[in-house]
Design a protein around this ligand. Structure first.
Ligand SMILES: C[S@@+](CC[C@H](N)C(=O)[O-])C[C@H]1O[C@@H](n2cnc3c(N)ncnc32)[C@H](O)[C@@H]1O
Length: 151
């Protein structure tokens, strides 16, 4: 995929697209207006246990993608790994531990052409390029290992 190529996700029932940004990399955008509480994605997860993650995963690119999970760390398959961070997110996520899924739901109405973003929490490992950098506390929902471990 070249940097400016748009991938239309035809298999998805919502009109979502992956677009690339020179700083943030790939991100998820909507081509249609979405109302609050719309389920935009269900991602099955791949679970790495604590030992496996500590020995291997954390030394790889996985460390930029994995969510803290009961018993280890989880890689969201599908679009779940493509949501960029915004400190005022328009999408929330809910871990379904027994079913090993993450559900992503809109937190407000979202206009056509907006990027869909989640919050990674307050402990970022990169310079935040989101538009509104107001800090919000989301301690209960720190998705990434850096956020949980590096204090
Ligand atoms: C879970 S990935 C998101 C998908 C990623 N953009 C890609 O192309 O694979 C997390 C990475 O995206 C980038 N990223 C996400 N949100 C960002 C933001 N607000 N500002 C700058 N970089 C961001 C960072 O490089 C981060 O390590």
């Amino acid at each position: 995929m070249s940097n400016d190529e748009v991938i239309v996700l035809k298999q998805h029932c919502l009109a979502l697209e992956l677009r690339s940004d020179p700083i943030k990399g790939r991100g998820v955008f909507t081509k249609e207006r979405l109302v609050r509480n719309t389920l935009v994605e269900i991602s099955p997860i791949l679970l790495f246990n604590e030992e496996e993650y500590a020995s291997h995963g954390k030394y790889t690119i996985l460390d930029q993608y994995t969510y803290c999970w009961q018993g280890g760390y989880a890689l969201a398959l599908g679009l779940g790994s493509m949501f960029n961070h915004d400190s005022s997110p328009n999408v929330g996520f809910i871990r379904d531990i027994p079913n090993k899924l993450i559900r992503y739901v809109t937190l407000r109405d979202i206009e056509k052409e907006e990027e869909l973003c989640i919050s990674y929490g307050n402990h970022l490992w990169f310079e935040d390029d989101s538009n509104d950098q107001t800090q919000v506390s989301s301690d209960e929902d720190e998705p990434f290992p850096f956020a949980a471990d590096d204090d």
